[in-house]
Ligand binder design. Structure first.
Ligand SMILES: *Cc1c(COP(=O)(O)O)cnc(C)c1O
Length: 383
């Protein structure tokens, strides 16, 4: 699957050695529209900024979605600057300063513990603001599966379901509890299972609200819609997703995906600086690597690439080239773990060509260890 022509054109225009992320705002808008169209009625679509906090990405998705989900003071600032109409603030370790900033920004807050509720209540009283919040719950059982499980298992996230009674017994004069936050999974590829998860969130929340004496207004089912990087173009299939999910009157379902909105709007490109053969393996050594795009190293998979041929060869010797062999795409770091792809066959690859890694718009640059070895960062080209 070759990159779209505008992406390739942007890369062709860059000086050698090419090293860039390309983000496409139109692709973001189209993805947001497709996801929104698949959701049940009475659902609010937020974008989880942690997937990609580039201001143009967050700004585009703030407008294309109903707002932004943020998980730090920095992301909160970004969301305010992006003009997000709605902000939800989560995260397991909020400081008083972050909670106060969230209150002043009018954000809805996902409370992660009893102690956090007490702190928020105190800050809301001091600010003269009635805080609007959901309680994040670590459910008694896992309800859906994917790459990372956050609930139904020991994690630092949310209030254990068995301790909700104690939570709701705490004083909360200045905090209105609107409902529950039940983010449970990352990278789920099974749409039917995710739809069942939504229904389960809604029914569980209704009974938990009744049990603990609150009026249920909001059920936040988090993110977790998945992308299969190793199979070209495979994404959770949202056709018919909303069928059978009914959000009761008076309740708003919040979905706050990151990956599924941003992944396909980003391309990471890195020029081949050298080709070498050691112990039977071909290596394409790149101007770039896992300090820019850490996901394949973090998850232990090969991220597919395509080759953008560059006609220019500035040196007086023969251009190194391989044909019809598998190559390992490795980066410029002094560690054998700096690997983006293993044994990917190439028709032809020459020094000076550019490898283009599609689907790198989510959890790419943002999760990478940029300062390790202090190479120049990539360029960021926004279409
Ligand atoms: C990470 C996260 C998301 C987004 O998850 P994706 O897998 O990118 O959809 C949403 N909500 C919360 C609370 C998160 O931590």
């Amino acid at each position: 699957m070759s990159a779209p022509e505008p992406v390739l054109a942007a890369l062709r225009g860059r000086p050698s050695p090419v090293c860039a992320y390309v983000y496409d705002r139109q692709a973001l808008r189209e993805r947001a529209a497709a996801v929104r169209a698949a959701l049940p009625a009475n659902t609010i679509l937020l974008y989880a900024v942690k997937a990609n906090g580039h201001p143009d990405v967050a700004g585009t998705l703030a407008q294309a979605c109903d707002g932004l989900e943020v998980a730090s003071g920095g992301e909160l600032e970004l969301a305010v600057a992006a003009g997000a109409r709605r902000i939800v603030f989560g995260g397991p370790a909020k400081t008083d300063a972050e909670l106060a900033a969230a209150l002043h920004a009018g954000a809805q807050i996902n409370i992660e513990s009893g102690q956090e509720l007490l702190r928020l209540d105190r800050l809301a009283a001091a600010a003269g603001i009635q805080a609007q919040a959901c309680v994040r719950v670590n459910r008694a059982t896992a309800t859906v599966t994917g790459t990372h499980a956050m609930t139904g298992t020991p994690t630092p996230f949310g209030v254990d379901e068995s301790r909700l009674g104690q939570f709701f017994a705490l004083p909360r004069e200045h905090v209105t509890i609107l409902g529950f936050h039940l983010h449970a999974v990352s990278n789920n590829l099974d749409a039917a299972a995710h739809a069942r998860f939504l229904t389960d969130c809604l029914t569980w929340s209704a009974s938990a609200a009744a049990r603990h004496g609150i009026t249920l207004r909001v059920v936040n089912a988090g993110g977790g819609l998945g992308v299969d990087y190793t199979t070209a173009g495979t994404t959770i299939d949202l056709t018919g997703f909303a069928r059978g999910v009914r959000v009761p009157d008076g309740v708003t379902l919040i979905m706050e995906p990151g990956r599924v909105l941003a992944a396909d709007a980003g391309w990471y490109a890195a020029e081949v600086l050298d080709l070498k053969h050691t112990h039977g393996t071909w290596f394409a050594v790149l101007r770039g690597g896992t300090h820019h795009f850490r996901l394949p190293a973090a998850w232990g998979y090969s991220h597919p690439f395509t080759v953008l041929e560059r006609p220019v060869w500035p040196y007086p010797w023969d251009r190194p080239s391989v044909s019809g062999v598998p190559v390992d795409a490795v980066g410029e770091l002094c560690t054998p773990r700096d690997v983006l792809a293993r044994a990917q066959p190439v028709e032809r690859l020459r020094v000076g060509d550019v490898l283009v890694f599609a689907r790198t718009g989510a959890y790419g640059w943002d999760i990478s260890h940029h300062d390790f070895l202090r190479h120049e960062p990539p360029e960021f080209l926004v279409l």
